[in-house]
Design a protein around this ligand. Structure first.
Ligand SMILES: *Cc1c(COP(=O)(O)O)cnc(C)c1O
Length: 389
């Protein structure tokens, strides 16, 4: 619910925020986001700029809100997964460089030009498709140094050089992606060092052939956190910029004080007593072991709560834990309020974030659901209101 310009007095603004918190919502902590940017700027070598990954709706946080806040802090390069995501950012007033990391179909080539997006050259053949289109494109060349997903092979240096010579392509960057930089075992470190070396070889060889004036970048979050001595022009921080790691037990070498930006909350809809031995929810997948007080929360798997969290994990309410019971529904889920006598309809339940002394992190939810926090966050649904505070 957007209020008209000029009508946003404090009271109406408060009413709007209250309205947004009517069912299930995301609260974004701007101070923590800015703190995290600061931490990255302190860690990264001078001359290396942040190019935040705001793909997948900024990992569920809300791309326009997050990119807008980053832009206010002087961030002027962003990366997204698709042309459509880039267009959304332009409509939200994001200036500067927006790099599309993924494949763009030729039917969408006009959008790249119209919205001033930088396209990844996903391999040498793709560079030819862009060249043949007839329009002028700004591109970064993807280099495959070992992940084997996108990019021209690092050892096809002649093919890479040729992309620079295509008259319709303006190559402003060259980048690669690390695929085991989160691992700390010997083979993972060796493989990553090899990828780094391949990438540096490409850059040096291009320079040797008289090609220069392009930017280089290689590291995502774990590349930054585990190989912070590297110095390229950009660092593509994603998950860590949002203040969390992919997995709960992950160890990283850099010591940084990163704070979660996102909290996920939902209203308690109903509270009722069940007798011992009664079942609850679809499939009656939960059976009470005693007389129990249960609650229904206004959030479900359509909002991004994984169905695999059925009968698993807990939410927070009044600073205490309420275990998840029964199957997660599309729009609702059940919790056990037996230990929280004051819980009542209209209360706030916390699925990610703090309540009193307790905190649930995205990594915890990911652990309960058997996935990584990146997946949990990026699947948070469009029904959730996003409020930046
Ligand atoms: C998603 C992505 C990133 C950001 O990854 P994080 O691990 O979340 O920091 C960086 N580079 C590429 C190519 C990506 O696809």
């Amino acid at each position: 619910m957007a209020l008209q310009d000029g009508k946003i007095g404090n009271i109406e603004r408060d009413e709007e925020i209250m309205y947004q918190k009517g069912r299930a919502w995301i609260e974004l902590n701007k101070e923590n986001l800015y703190g995290n940017i600061q931490q990255f700027r302190l860690l990264l070598p001078s001359g290396c700029a942040l190019m935040p990954a705001v793909k997948a709706n900024a990992y569920g946080h809300g791309a326009a809100l997050v990119a807008g806040a980053l832009q206010e802090q002087g961030v002027s390069s962003f990366c997204v997964a698709s042309a459509a995501e880039g267009i959304e950012l332009r409509h939200a007033g994001i200036l500067g460089e927006i790099l599309v990391l993924g494949y763009t179909h030729p039917s969408q080539f006009p959008d790249l030009v119209q919205y001033g997006l930088t396209q990844t050259v996903v391999d040498a053949g793709y560079a030819m498709r862009l060249q043949e289109d007839g329009r002028k494109f700004t591109v970064h060349i993807g280099i495959d140094t070992g992940m084997h997903r996108l990019g021209e092979r690092w050892d096809n240096i002649d093919a890479i050089q040729k992309v620079f010579q295509l008259p319709n392509l303006h190559v402003t960057g060259v980048y690669s992606h690390l695929c085991v930089s989160d691992g700390t075992s010997q083979w993972e470190r060796a493989y990553t060092l090899e990828q780094i070396q391949h990438f540096e070889t490409v850059v040096e060889e291009l320079h040797r052939r008289g090609i220069s004036g392009f930017k280089c970048h290689l590291q995502g979050s774990y590349g930054i956190l585990n190989y912070s001595q590297l110095c390229f022009d950009y660092a593509r921080a994603g998950i860590a910029l949002y203040g969390i790691l992919s997995g709960k037990g992950d160890k990283v070498s850099a010591s940084m004080e990163l704070r979660p930006v996102l909290s996920l909350k939902a209203r308690v809809g109903t509270v009722r007593m069940l007798y011992q031995g009664e079942g609850a929810g679809y499939g009656l997948a939960y059976q009470t072991g005693e007389d129990q007080k249960i609650g229904a929360l206004s959030i479900g798997y359509a909002d991004g709560i994984p169905r695999s969290m059925s009968n698993c994990g807990y939410v927070l309410c009044h600073g205490r834990k309420a275990p998840v019971i029964g199957r997660i529904c599309m729009d609702q889920m059940l919790v056990d309020f037996t230990g929280i006598p004051q819980a009542k309809p209209g209360d706030e339940a916390v699925l990610i974030g703090k309540s009193g002394e307790l905190e649930i992190r995205a990594e915890d939810l990911a652990g309960w659901a058997g996935t990584i926090s990146n997946e949990i966050l990026s699947r948070l649904g469009s029904r959730l209101e996003r409020v930046m505070e």
